[in-house]
Unconditional design. Sequence first.
Length: 335
Amino acid sequence: MLTFTLRRLLLALPTLLFISLIIFLLVDLAPGSPMSEIPLTVPPEVRQKMIEALGADQPVFVRYILWLRQFFWVEPATLIDGWFGLNLAGNEQRILSWQSRSPVFTVIGQRIPQTLTVIGTAYLLGIAIAIPIGIYSAYRQYSFFDQLGTLVAMIGFSVPTFFSGTLFIIIFAVWLHWFPTKYDTTLLVTDWPSFVLQLKQMAMPVMVLALANAAAISRYMRSSMLENMGQDYVRTARAKGMTERVVVLKHVLRNSLIPVVTVIALGIPSIFGGAIITENLFGVNGIGAALIGAIHANDLPMVQTLAFIFAVLIVVFNLIADVLYGLLDPRIRYE
């Protein structure tokens, strides 16, 4: 398995490099520039200095190298200094966000805690709800619980989050006054009252996203369980006198988790990416809100960086899912 993992990592490096080039060029060639955000009343010489300070006056290849450099701790500028007549070693500035005039990774680092707190909690809660529902729905197929679970899953899967989020705000915030309508990102948890307030403002966005995540995962879990419960090894286990609890939770569940692991692993990058609609609806100042703001402001470095981070996370968690296959299914061997 170690050899397989190392081989996949080596193949992932050129793949990610190619993806980074495609993302950079697609976003860079899109309409929009820092000049569009500078007021027309600014003198031309001041305008030019502002553009130079953002590094937007450099050639495309230079901007790509400088943009790629921010993903590494070491400074590779000295390694490529002099290529094509370029002098990158003297340019020590970080890639700046055109919108905030701050380093891109500084802005992202400020937004990640909010995203992980809300979106991460919702994803974990969705998994915790979905797997037991999927197991019991498959074991009690066509029962009232199964029918109810199917109905709730279809609603959660079909209704978009902007509709369910708005509905939650109307019911729980406007009518019942249980929860605040907007998420206060400046709140610091220092005591029990502030902790309760944090839970209250997290409740609605977490419920909206957990419902959507649980709906999809529970259907995958149920389908996988039903497929495995009809296999010969299950009948053999029952014929040996094993209890239903052992048969379902030890034998059937382990094999049924294999396809579900892929769904869960590939959904984890969405935690870091943030739920764009939900974050903007509830005022969560996370990565999703940063991406929307960057798109509206033509903040190309921020859009490029976030898009590439999402690509890296997808590749990494795809590899993690492949490795978990071997742990869940002894029949899988990596040579």
